[in-house]
Design a protein around this ligand. Structure first.
Ligand code: ZN
Length: 308
């Protein structure tokens, strides 16, 4: 059996690029500290739009070759973050990007949104029982902003976390494992408001985007009090920016700002925020955690269980 690092972090995301935009600084920071950082991406992002005109031929309505291209972008991004454990849920191409909510592609054969949650959770249960992470990061129940693949990624991640801990479930997939702490991606409203104000008031002149996005375009914005945990990734901001830029069909980066295919500027967060939804906070009452592993015994409950 492979040797496990003391600290193991698993992230579940919908499309290539979501990991770098949401958690790039966190991933780079923990990887640099020697934690095992593993990413499971649920689709190849086949239905994405494409920013560079020279690559516009890749889109689903033309050559339908975007998925394979984005696998390469994701590989490059992981290199920037120093993360070498990356997998696609059930293998590359098992689940297809469902496109934005309400379109025909949502219900196509193989679309992630059309998948049965319990079935889609099975390959993730296998990953959880193999890696035995103490910490899981995924989206909130709305997927941050309502994209069907993000909602489904949330459902599959939460279901897999439950099933992985269930001793009677699929013993062939490994020993049961309970993830000690589960986090959802969040952004405190005050931080988003401050950065958007700065973007509109001063930064927008000189940037390649004509307008700023709206705060509602940022996934996971919540009242500050909901946020339990903040990871200071400022030392890894350049790595995060490079990882985002590696997703060149999807993201354009300029300093601390970036734009998606909607051509609107947004702030790049180098402090990343979370809501602890399962497990006990390692912070003093009324304070935010500054470490995802705070309060966990060294080696974590997985190893104690195994040693028993
Ligand atoms: Zn996405």
């Amino acid at each position: 059996m492979t040797e496990l690092s003391d600290r193991r972090l698993l992230l579940v995301h919908a499309h290539p690029d979501d990991e770098s935009i949401n958690n790039g600084a966190t991933m780079a920071k923990y990887a640099a500290q020697g934690a095992h950082v593993a990413l499971v991406t649920c689709t190849l992002g086949e239905e994405g739009e494409v920013i560079p005109p020279s690559l516009a031929h890749l889109t689903a309505d033309r050559e339908d070759a975007l998925g394979a291209h984005r696998v390469g972008e994701l590989t490059a991004a992981m290199k920037e973050l120093g993360v070498d454990d990356h997998r696609f849920l059930g293998g590359a191409g098992r689940f297809r990007d469902s496109g934005m909510m309400g379109i025909e592609q949502n219900h196509r054969e193989g679309a992630f949104w059309a998948a049965d949650v319990d079935e889609a959770a099975v390959p993730l249960v296998e990953v959880i029982r193999e890696l035995r992470p103490q910490v899981l990061i995924t989206y909130d129940p709305d997927g941050g902003y309502g994209h069907p693949d993000h909602i489904q990624a949330h459902r599959v991640a939460m279901r897999a976390a439950d099933l992985a801990a269930e001793p009677a479930f699929r013993k062939d997939l490994g020993d049961p494992h309970e993830i000690a702490k589960i986090y959802w991606n969040r952004v405190p409203r005050s931080v988003a408001e401050r950065l958007f104000r700065e973007l509109r008031d001063t930064a927008l002149t000189g940037l390649p985007w004509a307008a700023a996005a709206d705060i509602d375009d940022v996934p996971g914005v919540v009242d500050d009090a909901v946020v339990t945990t903040e990871i200071d990734g400022r030392a890894f901001a350049a790595r995060k920016a490079a990882a985002m830029a590696a997703h060149a069909t999807q993201v354009a980066v300029e300093g601390p700002w970036f734009g998606l295919s909607n051509d609107l500027a947004q702030p790049l967060f180098d402090i990343e925020y979370y809501e602890l939804v399962r497990g006990r906070s390692g912070a003093a009452p009324g304070e935010r955690e500054t470490d995802l592993f705070a309060g966990l015994p060294a080696g974590g409950p997985a190893d104690q269980r195994k040693a028993r």
